[in-house]
Design a protein. Structure first.
Length: 393
């Protein structure tokens, strides 16, 4: 993972909960001396969450039931919401919480394409065959590490429009930023000037730019909410890729492996615009134009791993649960079309801009409203807040 163990607790008021779990439950793993600054594997975090849920699932009177199926419709039957799955089963509810996470990639079609989260698909990739990865963010990094862990020896070609690679984590204390210093920013250009000035000051004191980026974290929600919609859209078009690679960084040991793969020539990062993908019987031909190039170039690979994420326009989502909410007028996209529009209390707003009653949303599906809500430290705060709202209601 790309967040330190000290900040991955499931509980905001118990910051050492995950770290304590690691120290008591991961003796069979390679690292036994877990420290607050350690970066744990995703597989361990999955076990941690499973352990938290297990008592409520496996008890004699279970309180949590997990249904493995696709939601095809969300609607109301009278005053109660209900969920219908792809085989027509209906689940009435008092409350519905939309926690669908990040949108799935708009994958290139073809038998030689796998999405980064589908790790089982990696086993079908011959270890000596070339692979192309669409996207160069943290999902690409995860995919490369997964391939290397499986002994992949073939070439790995990662392609994105700008060819930007996430920065490396390094020790850095958050730079103390006074909220009043940000209030003078009357728009995106002024805000950018202030942040750059802070970075210059920080580096003049022998500190890292990371201190400023981390120091901004408590303020990003307010900054986002104060920006006019047009300037939020401008940020998403022009600045987001650079923000992402500085804000969402690689663990040092992961960055080392990526660097070694690059230096050996096994991994190449290319800034390019994809023009076509041609599926053949046993391989794929990718056609692209380099960012500063003129002519088209071709790449012949065995498999494509799509790490680009979902569409930049939430309203084009392929998730039937989300599209049904919008088709029934129970939800609408936020002002910048990144996710669902919600209130400060996480209640989903309907097509008229009014609360949809007992329908709530948490996590990345609310990022258009709150922006910084894609990582555990932010999602756990939302989850606790929503739990209290429901219990008090």
């Amino acid at each position: 993972m790309n967040v330190r163990a000290s900040n991955m607790s499931a509980f905001p008021d118990q910051p050492e909960h995950f770290l304590n779990w690691l120290q008591n439950n991961s003796h069979s793993m390679t690292e036994t001396a877990w420290q607050p600054q350690s970066f744990a594997p995703r597989a361990l975090y999955r076990l941690y969450l499973n352990d938290l849920l297990k008592p409520y699932i496996e008890s004699d009177a279970p309180r949590i039931f997990i249904e493995t199926s696709d939601v095809s419709d969300v609607s109301f039957e009278g005053l109660r919401p209900q969920v219908t799955n792809s085989i027509g089963e209906t689940f009435p509810a008092d409350t519905i919480i939309v926690a669908t996470g990040n949108e799935a990639a708009i994958a290139t079609s073809g038998v030689h394409v796998t999405e980064y989260w589908s790790s089982d698909g990696y086993f079908d990739i011959p270890s000596d065959h070339p692979v192309a990865i669409f996207g160069t963010g943290l999902s690409m990094v995860d995919s490369v590490i997964s391939l290397l862990d499986r002994g992949h020896k073939g070439k790995i070609h990662a392609i994105s429009r700008r060819g930007l690679l996430p920065a490396r984590h390094a020790p850095a204390e958050p730079f103390p930023i006074d909220a009043d210093a940000l209030l003078v920013a009357d728009g995106l250009p002024r805000l950018l000037h202030i942040v750059r000035k802070m970075i210059v000051q920080c580096e003049a004191e022998g500190k890292s730019w990371r201190s400023v980026i981390d120091g901004l974290r408590p303020h990003t929600k307010n900054i986002w909410n104060r920006l006019p919609v047009r300037q939020r859209q401008s940020f998403l078009r022009h600045l987001r890729p650079w923000w992402d690679v500085h804000r969402h960084r690689m663990a040092p040991e992961v960055a080392d492996r990526i660097q070694i793969a690059q230096q050996s020539g096994q991994l190449t990062i290319t800034a390019a615009h994809l023009t076509s993908v041609k599926n053949k019987a046993d391989h794929v031909i990718i056609c692209y134009r380099k960012r500063w190039g003129v002519g088209l170039e071709e790449l012949d690979v065995q498999t494509i791993i799509d790490c680009r994420g979902g569409s930049s326009r939430f309203s084009t989502t392929r998730n039937l649960a989300l599209t049904s909410l919008m088709e029934h007028g129970l939800a609408k996209p936020d002002a910048v079309d990144l996710g669902l529009d919600v209130t400060a209390d996480l209640q989903v707003l309907n097509a008229r801009g009014e609360p949809s009653g007992p329908i709530f949303a948490i996590g990345p599906v609310t990022k258009g409203v709150f922006w910084e809500v894609t990582a555990v430290p932010d999602i756990r705060v939302q989850a606790e807040k929503l739990a209290k709202t429901l219990l008090e209601g």
